[in-house]
Design a protein around this ligand. Structure first.
Ligand SMILES: NC(=O)C[C@H](N)C(=O)O
Length: 307
């Protein structure tokens, strides 16, 4: 099985080694899977369980002090499932798969998605806080939860550009430090040499308005897959949605470009349109991989067809 995984597009961190080790472990878990769908879920599960990434445990905290998770998955036969805004769900990837396989719908959200997960024996009520997010949240001074408009005023300046922690090239008012690790969304694309699956999972963006949903569970934005191949995006979700970044990358595969060209072209177009920052990983049906980003850094792990 061929697999490429990413740990989010953002600023370079001082010690990338430990995160790279988790990414490599995640790809190793996916390599042993039987199908591309199993492979992306196995890969992303490892990343969701690591507090080093902004997905599952360690996910970003929303304005009301709650961590909510989102994920989306798609296979090359255009089966799609997504789940959004789930408190207490570590493996949003599993809920996205559940929505795809067991419901007639494409996306389920909030407490209803959590109920569906619990009824299907997916673990819920997990403590998604990490030491890092607990410490960072302690420095915040959010307005009271029942004053939504005050919360909106409090958080508004953080958005409209690159995710916080990413100082290139967006115009985010809070750019410049990687303190929140909020750009460390995770994703994977896998291929058995014939069929493909793509999956993305996140805690969203730091102190986003409670209930905010970004690109990750939106088909074509955070993830996309056809017979040509699949893509998983990361970065400023509000901007990724405006250009449907994953769809754009896969379109380039459909037009005959290789995965590296497809990733680069999609990011160039994204930057031209939004002046914001993002990254994308791409794998075609033969298992050849490519990746591109216009942030300072994006860590990937891969076991790809190098032919
Ligand atoms: N950094 C990220 O990738 C965050 C994610 N794209 C979101 O906006 O929810």
């Amino acid at each position: 099985m061929y697999v490429i995984a990413h740990g989010g597009a953002g600023s370079a961190i001082e010690e990338p080694g430990p995160r790279q080790a988790v990414l490599d472990e995640a790809v190793a878990a996916g390599r042993d899977a039987e199908t591309p769908l199993d492979a992306v879920v196995e890969t992303v599960r490892v990343l969701e369980s690591s507090p080093r990434f902004n997905a599952g445990v360690g996910g970003s905290v929303q304005s009301d002090g709650v961590v909510r998770t989102d994920a989306g998955v798609m296979t090359s036969d255009r089966e799609v499932g997504a789940a959004a805004s789930m408190p207490g769900v570590e493996h949003a990837s599993e809920v996205a798969r559940l929505v795809m396989e067991e419901t007639p719908h494409v996306c389920v959200s909030g407490v209803h998605a959590v109920d569906l997960a619990a009824a299907s024996d997916i673990e819920v009520e997990t403590d998604l806080w990490s030491d890092r997010t607990r410490e960072q949240w302690a420095d915040e001074e959010p307005p009271a939860n029942d004053d939504v408009l005050a919360q909106l005023r409090w958080l508004r300046d953080d958005f409209g550009g690159a995710p916080e922690g990413d100082d290139s090239p967006g115009d985010g008012a809070s750019a410049g430090s990687d303190a929140h690790h909020e750009s460390d969304t995770v994703g994977a694309v896998a291929s058995d040499g014939e069929t493909v699956a793509a999956l993305t999972s996140t805690g969203g963006r730091w102190r986003a308005l409670a209930g905010r949903v970004g690109d990750v569970p939106q088909v074509g934005s955070g993830f996309f897959c056809t017979h040509a191949g699949g893509a998983s995006s990361t970065g400023a979700g509000e901007d990724i949605v405006r250009v449907t970044l994953a769809r754009r990358a896969v379109d380039h595969l459909e037009l005959g470009r290789n995965p590296q060209q497809a990733a680069e072209l999609a990011i160039e177009e994204f930057e031209d349109i939004t002046e914001s920052s993002a990254g994308v990983v791409v794998m075609d049906a033969e298992g050849r991989a490519g990746s591109a980003f216009n942030s300072d850094a994006m860590q990937t792990g891969r076991h790809a067809n190098e032919e």
